[in-house]
Design a binder for this molecule. Structure first.
Ligand SMILES: Cc1cc2nc3c(=O)[nH]c(=O)nc-3n(C[C@H](O)[C@H](O)[C@H](O)COP(=O)(O)OP(=O)(O)OC[C@H]3O[C@@H](n4cnc5c(N)ncnc54)[C@H](O)[C@@H]3O)c2cc1C
Length: 476
């Protein structure tokens, strides 16, 4: 596909133009919205966006419960790697955001310790501290050579040692990914694994020192209104007129270059920009799709989530942001004090607060949907987030269910992606975003926005060299 050039109208804004290729965007999550926003910013009008749901924002949207509590689809913390994203955030929200101190904790052995785990093992029972230290010393006897590890489980043991692997890294990662770490590759971590600093770990234990990892002024921004989704709702006016909500794409006809919508109608495209899950995109294609491509797409792995929001008729009992739960005394791997992010997510913050729990599931880790809210509350009692008598103050429970929440960096992933993306691009189909690119390491909100923007720049401005985020060559 050659670069597309825009044609400006007298008003300075490009007119829809039969001579410009028609771009169809599939999905109005952060990636699709950003692509539409960028097209408009560049004066390109010949595009349309289809979204299956009735709202924009995808996994970064928020839901309001029947009792008026607002919940995100899992704790969303903004770590921006891009100036463009920062400028966009400021433009959309102005000063309507909260600035929060990153503060995270791990619940283990009946107590909280500050994150990161390895720097704060002094909080644990002495025998666990010893097990962690001995494992670490053992691991450090071998020169750290990441290339000798063939999967994530080996990397965990090789870098952190047996004790930390047993008590935190293995159980926690299984709970998050819902896949055994040995099924995952180690490339997604790449250079981001900090070599454990044994001197620091030992000093913290012996000198009884707290070590929260990120600097004292590390902050993140959160929209004051509407939860995380409040940010992306504000992008909607920039794509209105080109956006069709409640319209699911059920098929892609590669030969005729048409998408098939859920009402049976068809829409022609010259270029298709898809942010739906890559495996579903390929399985929905008809025309000449080789078996090899179908099977590469089918081998991609993902997990789903239940997100359980709990509203309580009490003032917030804590200043914590989020907490990790590696043990099996609760179904969730993470809980966020969401109302500490913004008072606007509960009806009355002077006398109410909210918790947001995340539970992953997959074939390897099935979770019963019917009992998930009750099991979550029981887990909150078991981990002392709630007292038994606080149950009577629970004012709200709200379950959000999504089948696709984590794209697993499995052993087979990179081989599959290396075959799938070029094959699709030869047919003018570009798959981007958290589940479009299927690269977890560039699957956060800022990355997703960057993927949409960089793709538009590549297509409209022929800025091919800069489409690096989706390749995980930028933003990691
Ligand atoms: C539990 C959890 C925690 C997270 N925490 C963070 C965090 O702390 N910080 C952070 O930056 N990011 C976080 N994220 C990631 C963030 O949500 C994603 O970066 C972002 O939502 C990805 O945007 P996207 O547009 O690529 O995909 P999505 O958000 O998945 O959007 C895709 C859109 O396509 C639509 N769609 C799918 N199929 C079709 C179809 N057939 N037809 C039409 N429309 C379709 C969907 O309805 C959806 O709206 C988290 C995600 C999860 C699940």
């Amino acid at each position: 596909m050659e670069a597309i050039h825009t044609r400006s109208s007298d008003s300075g804004r490009a007119a829809p133009d039969a001579t410009t290729p028609r771009i169809v965007i599939l999905g109005a999550g952060p990636t699709g919205l950003a692509a539409g926003y960028r097209l408009r910013e560049l004066g390109y009008e010949n595009f349309v966006m289809f979204e299956a749901r009735g709202t924009v924002g995808g996994l970064a949207s928020s839901e309001t419960s029947a009792n008026g509590f607002i919940y995100d689809i899992g704790g969303h913390v903004l770590f921006s790697h891009y100036e463009y994203f920062d400028r966009l955030f400021d433009k959309l929200l102005g000063d309507e955001y909260q600035l929060l101190l990153r503060e995270s904790w791990v619940w283990m052995c009946d107590r909280f310790l500050p994150y990161p785990f390895q720097n704060n093992i002094k909080y644990l029972p002495r025998e666990v501290v010893l097990e962690c230290l001995l494992g670490l010393i053992d691991a450090q006897k071998q020169a750290l050579d990441i290339s000798r590890f063939t999967n994530f489980e080996e990397l965990i043991h090789g870098v952190f040692g047996k004790g930390i692997a047993k008590h935190f890294m293995m159980p926690y990662n299984f709970k998050v990914w819902a896949h055994p770490p040995k099924m995952m590759n180690k490339e997604w971590i790449g250079e981001r694994v900090s070599v454990v600093d044994i001197q620091r770990v030992l000093s913290n234990v012996l000198l009884d020192r707290d070590d929260a990892g990120w600097g004292p002024n590390s902050t993140f921004k959160y929209p004051r209104h509407g939860g995380t989704g409040g940010l992306f709702e504000r992008m909607r006016p920039y794509v209105d007129g080109n956006l069709r909500l409640n319209t699911r794409v059920v098929g892609v006809d590669l030969e005729r270059k048409e998408i098939v919508l859920d009402d049976g109608s068809r829409e022609a495209y010259d270029v298709l920009f898809s942010t739906m899950p890559l495996d579903l995109l390929v399985s929905s294609m008809f025309g000449d799709v080789p078996d090899e491509i179908r099977s590469k797409a089918a081998c991609l792995r993902h997990s789903g989530s239940y997100i359980v929001g709990v509203g309580v008729n009490q003032p917030s009992p804590s200043k914590k942001c989020w907490m990790y739960f590696p043990e099996d005394n609760a179904p969730f791997y993470r809980v966020t004090y969401l109302s500490n992010y913004s008072p606007e997510v509960v009806p009355d913050a002077t006398r109410q607060y909210s918790l947001l729990a995340e539970i992953s599931h997959s074939d390897f880790k099935p979770e019963d949907r019917g009992s998930i809210a009750e099991r979550t509350i029981a887990g909150m009692v078991a981990t002392r987030l709630l007292g038994e008598c606080d149950r009577r103050d629970i004012a709200d429970t709200h379950v959000i269910e999504r089948d696709y929440t984590y794209p697993i960096p499995s052993i087979e992933r990179d081989g599959a992606l290396a075959a799938l993306h070029p094959w699709l691009e030869q047919r003018d189909v570009y798959s981007r975003g958290r589940f479009g690119a299927w690269r977890y390491e560039v699957g956060n909100m800022d990355h997703s926005v960057a993927q949409g923007v960089e793709w538009v720049d590549r297509i409209v401005k022929d800025d091919r060299a800069n489409e690096l985020t989706y390749l995980a060559k930028r933003g990691c």
